[in-house]
Design a protein around this ligand. Structure first.
Ligand code: 2U9
Length: 357
């Protein structure tokens, strides 16, 4: 009996894993285990022998069960210790930096422009980027022989032989959007049309795709004075300068009459633009009173209505506001350029002029 005890106590102490302990339990105290078989033999013993052996076998069974439980617990403890040794965590390590995206400067400027004109009562109109040459040119008083049509370096859509649909172009300005809005909603109207436009041109200040925002206000008695006020308000809000000063220079566009190019007073000290001070003038946008022929093309009676229109290059005013010298930086996939000008993931100028990120 003592041999049996010593054997199992030793085997239990040597067991290295839970499965081995379970096998030992079956071998010793399971239904057909060594000790259970011995207990069955009690029936064949004399009452005297049974009185001695019975309690001894019961005690042995208890002892083995306790040893099994104790060993099982200590194996579990050891396994936990081992896991904790392998899975330690240094809570003093600096946190891993999160890569954060940020709004593209063009999108940001477009939002700024939309918000400013929105407060003045202009809503946003959108339209197709591929349009017929009628919407892009004829409706804007640019007939086929007109030099402006050639000047605009237009991308024409390819047409298969036998395709008799009117020629389509990548819009060279957002003006077709205003024509479509005039047709759809009639007068009075106050809209801005921001969006992508396309011209075959590529250098430091031109990219084949760029962004414009054009504005249109038509009512019974809209005047140049209201155009001037609107543009002054816009430029003051956009450049965040109280004293913006504008200069209207007579110009010519086929779609407006009279037409004016608008400059703002500025200085270029140390290569940095300051709006509202200095002795320089910077051309910033084009504008004018909508040509009667253009009103007519949009289905609006030029004898009853009149209006102003303007066009602004979003990329250009974004470059001026944020000091980006090369337009191509906006469309280059190498974002280090933009980061350099304050548009990186870590510095994120937001709509309210602050830095976040
Ligand atoms: C309609 C009637 C008139 C929009 C106008 C300009 C003057 C203009 C340029 C600014 C910089 C184009 O992006 S740019 O190169 N635009 O000078 N745009 S008036 O006139 C319109 C538009 C739509 C129905």
């Amino acid at each position: 009996m003592d041999d049996l005890r010593d054997k199992y106590i030793q085997l239990i102490a040597d067991a290295g894993e839970e499965a081995a302990l379970e096998a030992l339990r079956v071998q010793a105290v399971g239904k057909k285990g060594e000790i259970s078989l011995k207990m069955r033999e009690l029936g064949k013993m004399t009452p005297e022998e049974r009185q001695v052996m019975g309690p001894k076998l019961n005690a042995l069974k208890d002892e083995i069960n306790s040893a099994l439980s104790a060993r099982k617990a200590s194996l579990a403890d050891a396994a936990l210790e081992e896991r904790l040794r392998g899975e330690w965590l240094d809570v003093t390590l600096p946190a891993r930096g999160r890569r954060q995206g940020s709004i593209h400067p063009i999108s940001q400027v477009r939002e700024e422009v939309t918000a400013i004109f929105g407060e003045m009562g202009f809503s946003v109109a959108e339209g197709p980027q591929i349009d017929s040459d009628w919407y892009n040119f004829d409706a804007l008083n640019i007939p086929s022989h007109h030099p402006a049509r050639a000047e605009m370096d237009t991308f024409y859509m390819h047409r298969a032989e036998g395709d008799n649909r009117p020629p389509h172009v990548l819009r060279t300005h957002t003006s077709p959007v205003q024509i479509r809005s005039m047709e759809k909603q009639g007068a009075p109207i106050r809209i801005i049309a921001p969006g992508r436009v396309y011209r075959a041109d590529y250098d430091q200040t031109h990219t084949p795709m760029f962004h414009q925002v054009e504005g249109l206000a038509i009512d019974k008695d809209i005047s140049m004075a209201q155009l001037k006020w609107t543009l002054e308000e816009f430029l003051r809000a956009f450049f965040e300068v109280e004293g913006v000063e504008l200069r209207f220079r007579a110009s010519h566009f086929p779609f407006t009459e009279p037409s004016a190019e608008v400059d703002i007073r500025c200085s270029w000290e140390g290569g940095q633009l300051k709006v509202g001070e200095g002795d320089d003038w910077l051309e910033i946008l084009g504008s004018g009173m909508v040509h009667p022929k253009v009103l007519e093309a949009g289905g609006i009676d030029p004898n009853a209505w009149q209006g102003f229109a303007f066009g602004i290059g979003i990329d250009r005013i974004a470059m001026l506001k944020y000091g980006i010298p090369d337009l191509r930086a906006f469309f280059d996939s190498d974002l280090r350029w933009l980061r350099h000008y304050g548009f990186g993931a870590l510095q994120q100028p937001n709509l309210h002029g602050g830095l976040s990120g």
